[in-house]
Design a protein around this ligand. Structure first.
Ligand SMILES: Nc1ncnc2c1ncn2[C@@H]1O[C@H](COP(=O)(O)OP(=O)(O)O)[C@@H](O)[C@H]1O
Ligand SMILES: [Mg+2]
Length: 343
C-alpha cells in the first residue's frame, strides 16, 4: 500500500536509553596525553541488558565512568557523544550531571565497601539520595529508604537500616549499593563487575536480585564483567572490548555460537565451559598492552593466532558491520568464519 511518507513526522523518540558515539577518553600521563578509550560506540536499547566484556585494562570502567560523568574534569579529555535518555551529557556542567546521576543513571561498583561511607548508617545513606533528588522531608526519605532496603532483600529492614556498613557482609553491602542506585528509579543501571568480589553463592543471589529489580523497576542495564558465565545469564547483547576499542558487537547467541573476532574466540576458549559460572578470562597468552604501547594496526595482532604479516600489523582496522546487526574489527573475519576458527 502506498503511503505518503513525505508528510510523516520524523521518528524522534529514542529507543536507546544510552547511546555512545565515537567516545574517546585521554588521560594526562607521564607519556603525555594517552588515549585509553578509542572511538567507542555502543547502545543500550531500553529494557535490555547489554554486556561490556574484556580483560582488565581494556577500558570498560573508564567508559562507564564517562557515562556517569565521573571522570576528573582536569586530567581527562572526553570527546564524542554520550546521550543518556536522549540528552547529551559530554560537556554538561557538574550541577546538571549530578541531577542526572541517580534519576536517569546510577552505578554499582565492584567494591561496595569502598563506595559506602563508614560514618553513616546504611539507612541514612539511602535516605540521603532520596532527599537530594526528590526534595522530600527527612521522615518520608527514611520510609522510602526502609522500603528500598526491603526490596533488595535486607530482612528486618527497619531495624537493620540503623546499622553501619562494617556491620554488614560484602554481599549485604552490595545490596545496600543497589538500594542506593535504584531508590530514585533510574532508567539505566551501570553495574561494573558487581559480583566479582563476592563468593559464588552470593554472586548467584545478586544476579537473581538484579533481574528481579530490572523487572520491577523497568530499568535497563549496562553490565560490565570479564565473566562469560555471568554474560550468558544476564545479557541480551554484548560489546567485546580490547585495548580501548570495541572489537565485536553481537547478540548473546552470536557470542557463544558464532564468535567472529579471534579475541572473542580466545575468551570463549579460555574457559572450560562457556556457560560455567564464575570462570575467569585468563588463558589467552600475554596481556593487554599498556595504552601508550597500543599499535596503530590491529591491537590484538601480537596475541592473535591468525594474524597475517603485512595487513594485521600494518594498518588500522575498522569496525565493520556484518549481517545480523553485528560488527567486528578483523580483516580476516569472513575467511575465518567460512573456514571455522582453528583452521
Ligand atoms: N585516572 C587515570 N589516569 C591514567 N590512566 C588511567 C586512569 N584510569 C584508568 N587508566 C588506564 O586506562 C586503561 C583502562 O582502564 P579501565 O577502564 O579501568 O580498564 P578495565 O575496567 O577494562 O579493567 C588502563 O590502562 C588504566 O591503567
Ligand atoms: Mg574495570
Amino acid at each position: 500500500m502506498a503511503t505518503d511518507t513525505a508528510l510523516s513526522p520524523p521518528a524522534t523518540a529514542t529507543t536507546d536509553v544510552l547511546e555512545i558515539d565515537s567516545l574517546s577518553v585521554e588521560f594526562a600521563t607521564e607519556h603525555g596525553w594517552t588515549r585509553v578509550v578509542d572511538e567507542v560506540s555502543m547502545t543500550v536499547p531500553t529494557g535490555t541488558t547489554v554486556g561490556l566484556v574484556g580483560e582488565s585494562g581494556s577500558g570498560k570502567t573508564v567508559t562507564s565512568l564517562a557515562a556517569m560523568g565521573l571522570l576528573p574534569r582536569r586530567g581527562a579529555r572526553v570527546t564524542g557523544s554520550i546521550r543518556m535518555a536522549g540528552r547529551e551529557i559530554v560537556g554538561l556542567p557538574e550541577k546538571e550531571m549530578s541531577d542526572i546521576r541517580g534519576t536517569d543513571v546510577s552505578m554499582v561498583f565492584q567494591e561496595p565497601r569502598r563506595s559506602l561511607s563508614p560514618a553513616f548508617t546504611v539507612g541514612d545513606q539511602v535516605a540521603e539520595v532520596v532527599r537530594r533528588h526528590e526534595g522530600v522531608g527527612k521522615k518520608q526519605s527514611v520510609v522510602r529508604a526502609i522500603e528500598m532496603l526491603d526490596s533488595v532483600g535486607i530482612a528486618d529492614a527497619q531495624k537493620r537500616s540503623k546499622l553501619y556498613p562494617h556491620e554488614f557482609s560484602g554481599g549485604m553491602c552490595q545490596r545496600v549499593m543497589l538500594a542506593i542506585a535504584m531508590v530514585c528509579r533510574p532508567k539505566l543501571l551501570i553495574a561494573d563487575e558487581p559480583t566479582t568480589a563476592l563468593d559464588v553463592t552470593v554472586q548467584r543471589e545478586m544476579l537473581r536480585l538484579m533481574k528481579q529489580l530490572q523487572h520491577e523497576y523497568d530499568v535497563s542495564i549496562l553490565f560490565i564483567t570479564h565473566d562469560l558465565g555471568v554474560v550468558s545469564e544476564m545479557c541480551d547483547r554484548v560489546n567485546v572490548m580490547y585495548a580501548g576499542q570495541v572489537v565485536e558487537s553481537t547478540d548473546i547467541d552470536g557470542l557463544f555460537d558464532d564468535p567472529r573476532h579471534p579475541y572473542t574466540e580466545g575468551l570463549l576458549a579460555a574457559i572450560p565451559s562457556a556457560h560455567k559460572q564464575g570462570t575467569r578470562l585468563s588463558a589467552i597468552p600475554g596481556a593487554v598492552p599498556a595504552p601508550w604501547d597500543w599499535p596503530s594496526s590491529c591491537r590484538f595482532h601480537s596475541r592473535c593466532p591468525y594474524a597475517r604479516a603485512g595487513t594485521c600489523n600494518s594498518e588500522p582496522i575498522a569496525l565493520q558491520d556484518v549481517t545480523g546487526g553485528r560488527a567486528v574489527r578483523c580483516v580476516r573475519h569472513e575467511e575465518l568464519t567460512l573456514k571455522g576458527f582453528g583452521v
